[in-house]
Design a protein around this ligand. Sequence first.
Ligand SMILES: [Zn+2]
Length: 110
Amino acid sequence: MPIYEYECKACGFISGHLVMKPSDRRKLACRSCGGKKLRKVMSRFASHKTEAQRLDEFKPSDARSDSFYKDDRNIGLWAQKRASQLGLDLGESFQETLEKGRSKKILDNL
Ligand SMILES: [Zn+2]
């Protein structure tokens, strides 16, 4: 599905739009304020992606760039990928630790 993200130049709201043909582009409007001036957003880590999608697209061999590690949402992704490949259940406490790490709350417990 050709879904692209557009940022509203008026209010900064980012919304995903289905664009099948060039004429669709002209009909786009911001879902927050209705503004027509939208800028296409090129984001490697689109915010609307689900964790399952991120996990699916994640390749350990790509995990060496700095930008990957700077993205808090990728914390623990490697472990999750390995575990799913090995058929391991990491359990709820692991998931909890991941969520804490991703939201930086883990620092409060150190
Ligand atoms: Zn707007």
